[in-house]
Design a protein around this ligand. Structure first.
Ligand code: S3P
Length: 189
């Protein structure tokens, strides 16, 4: 398999898209690759894609870090809840969410009822390595990122594990995760 093409053929993928008929929402910790995987998944399924964090940034005309700094986390979470509700209700094909979104009870039950949640899971080391490449995540700035991510992993597992589908992302190309999601979806639908 190349890193660019899913192993399922286009008619198998079209069949999955047809049976799905609901938004697909990617959840999981920072660094699992929700945005990259989401874009590729949407393009494979011939569906539109939205990144909830980017939509929040656009609405606020500020970066996620600036929103946290200027208005605080609670304000960000309110915006996140509203943006995800709009995207799910609009029927956006594939939605990448920020790592904390699925912890919110309202957002979680909306996604579980009206969409299909896909938990992208990964080893802590993979997340530490990936999140270390960019300094855009306010929650990782106040301490040791490995420690913070380890704690978030434990705290959030009970929520992420409610997703209908779980795939594990290794340190290989993101297309492997896309492929794994398509196969899991095919089996689940
Ligand atoms: C957060 C994850 C971030 C972003 C914000 C808070 C979290 O998104 O929403 O910094 O609570 O885990 P990514 O998961 O896309 O990094």
């Amino acid at each position: 398999m190349t890193s660019e093409e899913p192993t399922l053929n286009s008619s198998q993928i079209a069949d999955i898209a047809k049976r799905l008929g609901r938004p697909l929402v990617l959840v999981g910790l920072m660094g699992v690759g929700k945005s990259t995987v989401g874009k590729r998944l949407a393009s494979a399924l011939l569906r539109d894609f939205a990144d909830a964090d980017e939509e929040i940034e656009e609405a606020a005309q500020r970066s996620v870090s600036e929103i946290f700094e200027e208005f605080g986390e609670a304000y960000f979470r309110d915006g996140e809840r509203r943006v995800i509700a709009r995207l799910v209700e609009d029927g956006t094909g594939v939605i990448a969410t920020g790592g904390g979104a699925f912890v919110d009870p309202e957002t979680r039950s909306l996604i579980l009822d009206r969409a299909v949640a896909v938990w992208i899971d990964a080893e802590l080391e993979t997340l530490v390595e990936r999140t270390g490449r960019r300094d855009t995540r306010p929650l990782l700035r106040n301490g040791d990122p490995a420690e913070i991510l380890g704690r978030l992993m434990e705290d959030r597992k009970p929520f992420y594990s409610q997703a209908q589908i779980r795939v594990v992302s290794g340190d290989g190309p993101h297309m492997r995760t896309v492929d794994a999601i398509l196969k899991e979806l095919d089996a689940w639908l």
